[in-house]
Design a protein around this ligand. Structure first.
Ligand code: UFG
Length: 344
């Protein structure tokens, strides 16, 4: 019988790509999502890609009773992958309580219900944001956690602590915290991808919307940083590679291969790319010329961060494999597909 995995936020950007990879690897998936930042037809798209329709429950993780009902409806869940969260850094500064409620209460509900229903494994979506501006690059998992720059970042740090404390308390739960760097791109089928609502805050959706003419110009936020070309450096990882990391992490817990009951892995490529390098890579990969200008720095930006993914490479046997060119082409194909579908 297929092993059952509950994926919260499974119709979202990273969630949907992960559901595809889980199903392709033989897991049975139950998606829980409140559709606050995604669309119900993502479930149809996943079915189209994989030939398997995941179960879908329109439930908010803040609602304990509704979530409890999901665990009762699908007995024998082996693991949870918890994506459901609010994720806009800027918005979290404006609405801190919304972020603390959504991101903390959801996780607490999940952990309580895992205990109640004897679900032993959780994979948590964490972020390289917990490192702030690291003192040493590339950054390893043992780098110090810096004071969070935003309520959003703080919720990721607190979530990690909540999981560690829960496991320490002796309940039968094991966890893997995946610290993502910057996920970009879309599924090669162009059936699922990132669907930013309103004006995109992140670089690649803004870039592809500019390239297609929805936005007039991309602003490069600062060219006076202490980096070779002056623009900020990030570790951009293909969302499908990132999705695969969740599958190997889940296998690792369920096959009892962990070294500790809570493990932490950096999920990045190990390569830092500046904003300007990324723009030029996009132009080279797609042949599309981009209208951009240098503008002021954006408040709160980290100057440079990229991963040391060696621990994930060795221990998980996982590696980011896709080139930046293929990744950017996938983002562009997705943008073209959105236009075809009349979605902007
Ligand atoms: N940038 C621009 N112009 C834009 C948008 C972004 O120049 O229009 C630059 C930013 O200044 C930054 C880089 O592109 O240097 C990447 O910016 P993103 O907003 O795409 O990503 P961030 O690195 O700021 O943030 C992302 C996620 C967060 C996560 C964080 C971890 O959005 O959820 O990575 O570092 F916490």
């Amino acid at each position: 019988m297929k092993e059952r995995i509950l994926v919260t936020g499974g119709t979202g950007y990273i969630g949907s790509h992960t559901v595809v990879e889980l199903q392709n690897s033989g897991y049975e998936v139950i998606i829980v999502d409140n559709l606050s930042n995604s669309r119900a037809d993502v479930v149809d798209r996943i079915a189209q890609i994989t030939g398997i329709r995941p179960f879908f429950e329109l439930v908010d993780c803040l609602n304990y009773a509704d979530l409890d009902a999901v665990f009762r409806k699908y007995p024998g869940i082996k693991g949870v992958i918890h994506f459901a969260a609010s994720k806009a850094v800027g918005e979290s500064v404006q609405k801190p309580l919304l972020y603390y409620r959504n991101n903390l209460v959801s996780l607490i509900n999940i952990l309580e219900l895992m205990s109640k229903h004897n679900v032993p494994a959780i994979i948590f979506s964490s972020s390289c944001t917990v490192y702030g501006q690291p003192d040493k690059l590339p950054v390893t998992e043992s780098a110090p956690i810096k004071k969070a720059e935003s309520p959003y970042g703080n919720t990721k740090q607190i979530n990690e602590e909540i999981i560690c404390d829960t496991v320490k308390s002796g309940v039968d739960v094991r966890a893997i915290l995946l610290r993502y760097f910057n996920p970009i791109g879309a599924h090669p089928s162009a059936l699922i991808g990132e669907l930013p609502s309103g004006v995109p805050q992140n670089l690649v959706p803004y870039l592809t919307q500019t390239a297609i003419g929805i936005r007039e110009k991309l602003s490069v936020f600062g060219d006076d940083y202490h980096t070779p070309d002056g623009s900020c450096i990030r570790d951009y990882i293909y969302v499908v590679d990132l999705a695969k990391a969740h599958v190997v992490a889940m296998n690792r817990i369920l096959q009892d291969k962990q070294k500790e009951k809570v493990e932490v892995f950096n999920i990045g490529t190990g390569r830092g790319l500046s904003v300007l390098e990324l723009i030029h890579a996009f132009e080279a990969a797609t042949g599309v010329k981009l209208n951009y200008q240098i503008s002021e720095r954006r408040a709160g930006d980290i100057e440079q961060v990229w991963a040391d993914p060696a621990y994930a490479n060795e221990e998980l046997g996982w590696k980011a494999e896709t080139s930046i060119e293929d990744t950017l082409r996938s983002a562009w194909n997705w943008q073209l597909k959105l236009r075809e579908a009349g979605i902007q």
